[in-house]
Design a protein around this ligand. Structure first.
Ligand code: C2E
Ligand code: CA
Ligand code: CA
Length: 732
């Protein structure tokens, strides 16, 4: 039974594993996807922020451009005028101050300070374009500043106009920065020097150094990342990458600020963006897996309950509740499998408990059931694994056995083990009988095999000396023939294959035929089928009723035909079987048929065998009285073979006794007056009954019977049963 669960459980586990694997793959894929997307997104945002910074720088440059242009066009003489131009061009709002640097480095600011920048002057004078300095401390107020500068010619002298910008101004841009301030943004030079940052950290440090410092774990992948950033910013390339610190991922994007040597580099904690998303994804997956799991549990439950249901039904259909052995259906199903597994040396055995009914009556049903169960157990114990043991019906066990040993040994073993059975400390003696059939090599039809085994078993019925019987093919052939006859009997009637023969009965007084017996014959395809055989079969299957009636009607037809031509027709006797004559109203029916052909009942004799009249402790006096009442003549056939008592004979309203052939055959001619047949005739005379001797085959017999005053003689000595036309010739 456990096997039945393996398949569904394996399926479920497989589905579960597949789901988990699939989920894991999908999750990794999604993580990667979100990571890439986040990076891309970060890159995009960085680009936008960079654009903002670029705009600001551009604006700063434009202011400086406007101021220097105006100076060069208007050519003011005084420095105060230059400061005014600065103020007019709203430079005041952006820049903290303006200054003019002379060739020697002397620098004068608009708030009246004079500084000596001779040390750095080269830098300022080296280019004609606008230059932006790195962050530095203002010498005036120690503020962190960046200086925008441009070289011009003023008052025929080369000077540099300087605008100082508080570094804070860049940092203001960061205040509306990406990811709600959860990011670190730096403006750096292409060397990595920090110019401005979003977190109020010290500027001027090198970002690369900072990253290297953060990589305390000395992670190789971090080193690679740092190297890449360093290389990229040197080569004016933009990029995105991931950086790990203490197990946390930092998404990084860097974007070159146009028209400068500067970069915007942004760091943001992966946790904040991607991991938040990953968590949702993970949760979704966990929920999905839980749902799948629940669904699987439900399905498993359904499968298991339906399996249980199936098992229940299976048990009902295949298991015998009393013995817990398989039943008839089981025998058919499993038997087939058994035979295909073990091809040779297979036997089918039917085991029957003799007088099980009496056992039940004597000890009760409960004990009967216990006996059956015990027998099942003993059989299981006795036979090895290579056997199927079933209870086919009440007290009938069916066994399929595979054994290379002599089967008789096994049978002996079973018989011995089952002869005395102990149930609850009490020992019962039981008798069993078995039918055995050796199964042929390629024989798989269990029903047919069972039939054969039953045929063998049926052969022991009533033979209590025998414990078992092997199957005999002849018996089966007989049964097969019977089946064949049964299949064609109805058709035989329709095709008029049954013919009526007449056997004369001769009067010992006149030596003339005074009567004849109608006997049926069955000729099929030119071959005679033995009358005894088909009559016995038809008595078993009740077809005899149909046939008797048919014969009776044919006889009536014949008589009516003869009557038209001939006077004084001999009395015709017809045989009737027991099944028929005990049937209600049968004689009325016969009378109707006779009437139909204008025949009086007294023109017909009905032969009933002795064994039919008196059997199973009942006699049918009433039925015979009925027949007599209708006017038919009644004879008792095969007299002497049954067990009728004289008293019954006396009360039975019969007319004729037909002495069975066996008595005729047994006549000892030297013991005249002392043969059984002498006494039968004596008694018959006493009872006023006519006598017919059957089976007279020779003159001696005929003579003897004449001498002891038997009334009629019938037998081959006078005539065999004759075809209707031949018999008609005898009538003259
Ligand atoms: P039965 O009624 O005892 O019929 C006599 C049988 O003895 C007939 O066999 C007959 O052919 C045979 N017989 C007659 N004289 C001799 C003889 O000198 N020597 C030998 N050895 N046999 C002789 P049959 O015709 O084969 O019939 C066998 C039995 O079948 C009959 O025995 C009868 O019981 C039954 N039977 C025949 N026809 C019918 C029928 O139409 N209806 C019924 N119910 N039974 C019939
Ligand atoms: Ca007869
Ligand atoms: Ca007879």
């Amino acid at each position: 039974m456990k096997k039945r669960y393996t398949m569904p459980i394996i399926t479920i586990i497989t589905i579960l594993i597949l789901t988990i694997i699939f989920s894991a793959i999908y999750l990794t894929y999604l993580k990667k996807l979100t990571r890439n997307n986040t990076l891309k997104n970060l890159g995009e945002l960085t680009k936008q922020n960079a654009a903002k910074i670029e705009n600001t720088i551009q604006e700063h440059k434009r202011i400086l451009e406007t101021i220097t242009n105006e100076i060069e066009i208007k050519k003011p003489k005084l420095k105060e005028e230059i400061f005014k131009i600065f103020e007019r061009n709203s430079g005041r709002q952006k820049f903290s101050r303006i200054a003019i640097m002379y060739k020697d480095g002397k620098t004068i600011t608009n708030d009246g300070e004079t500084l000596d920048l001779s040390q750095n002057k080269e830098e300022f004078f080296k280019s004609n374009n606008i230059q932006i300095s790195q962050s530095q401390k203002s010498q005036i107020d120690n503020q962190e500043i960046n200086i925008y500068s441009k070289k011009i010619t003023w008052n025929n002298e080369e000077v540099v106009i300087l605008l100082s910008l508080d570094t804070d101004k860049y940092e203001e841009i960061f205040s509306q920065s990406i990811y709600n301030g959860n990011s670190y943004e730096y403006i750096i030079t292409n060397e990595g020097q920090i110019i401005a940052n979003s977190k109020n950290e010290q500027n001027g440090q090198n970002i690369i150094k900072k990253l290297e410092e953060a990589n305390k774990e000395n992670k190789n992948e971090n080193l690679k990342t740092i190297e890449k950033i360093q290389k990229d910013i040197k080569n004016n390339s933009n990029g995105q990458t991931i950086y790990f610190v203490n197990g946390l991922s930092y998404y990084t994007a860097y974007q070159k600020l146009q028209n400068t040597n500067w970069y915007l580099i942004v760091f943001t904690q992966g946790k904040i963006i991607a991991e938040e998303l990953n968590k949702i994804l993970e949760l979704t997956f966990i929920i999905a897996i839980i749902i799948i799991f629940i669904l699987l549990i439900i399905t498993t439950y359904i499968i298991i309950t339906s399996q249980k249901q199936k098992e229940k039904l299976y048990k009902l259909a295949y298991i015998d509740k009393i013995t817990m052995l398989g039943n008839y259906n089981f025998f058919l199903e499993e038997g087939k499998k058994f035979l295909s597994k073990y091809r040779n040396n297979n036997y089918s055995i039917i085991l029957d408990i003799d007088k099980f009914k009496s056992f039940n009556k004597k000890y009760g049903h409960n004990m009967g059931n216990k006996l059956l169960k015990k027998i099942g157990e003993i059989l299981k114990e006795t036979l090895n694994n290579k056997a199927i043991i079933c209870r086919l019906s009440n007290d009938l066990f069916g066994i399929l056995l595979n054994t290379e040993k002599d089967i008789k040994e096994t049978i002996e073993k079973i018989t011995t083990k089952l002869s005395k059975i102990k149930i609850q400390d009490k020992t019962y003696t039981i008798y069993i009988s078995m039918g055995i059939y050796k199964i042929l090599e390629n024989e798989y039809n269990i029903k047919k095999i069972l039939d054969k085994t039953l045929i063998a078993h049926n052969e022991i019925k009533g033979n209590y000396n025998k414990k078992y019987k092997m199957y005999d093919k002849k018996v089966e052939e007989k049964i097969e023939k019977e089946h064949e006859l049964e299949s064609i009997m109805q058709e035989a009637i329709e095709k008029e294959e049954f013919k009526i023969y007449y056997q004369p009965k001769i009067s010992t007084k006149t030596n003339q035929m005074v009567s004849a017996e109608a006997l049926v014959r069955w000729k099929r395809n030119g071959k005679m089928i033995s009358t005894i055989e088909f009559i016995k079969l038809f008595e078993k299957n009740q077809f005899i009723i149909t046939l008797d009636k048919y014969v009776f009607e044919k006889v009536c037809i014949d008589i009516s035909k003869w009557k038209k031509k001939i006077k004084n027709i001999p009395l015709i006797s017809v045989n009737i079987s027991k099944e028929h004559f005990i049937k209600k109203d049968f004689i009325k029916e016969y009378k109707e048929i006779a009437k139909k052909y204008g025949i009086k009942p007294e023109e017909l004799e009905i032969e009933i065998t002795e064994s039919a009249l008196i059997s199973e402790n009942t006699n049918y006096i009433k039925e015979v009285e009925e027949i007599k009442k209708e006017g038919f003549i009644v004879s008792i056939d095969d007299f002497g073979t049954g067990y009728s008592s004289l008293s019954i004979l006396q009360n039975m309203p019969i007319d004729i006794i037909k002495i069975d052939k066996t008595f005729i055959d047994k006549i000892d001619f030297d013991k005249k007056g002392n043969n059984l047949v002498d006494y039968i005739i004596l008694i018959a005379k006493k009872l006023n009954l006519k006598t017919v001797a059957e089976g007279i085959e020779n003159e001696e017999q005929a003579k003897y019977l004449k001498e002891i005053d038997c009334d009629l003689l019938q037998g081959y000595y006078y005539s065999k049963p004759l075809e209707s036309s031949q018999y008609e010739k005898l009538l003259g």
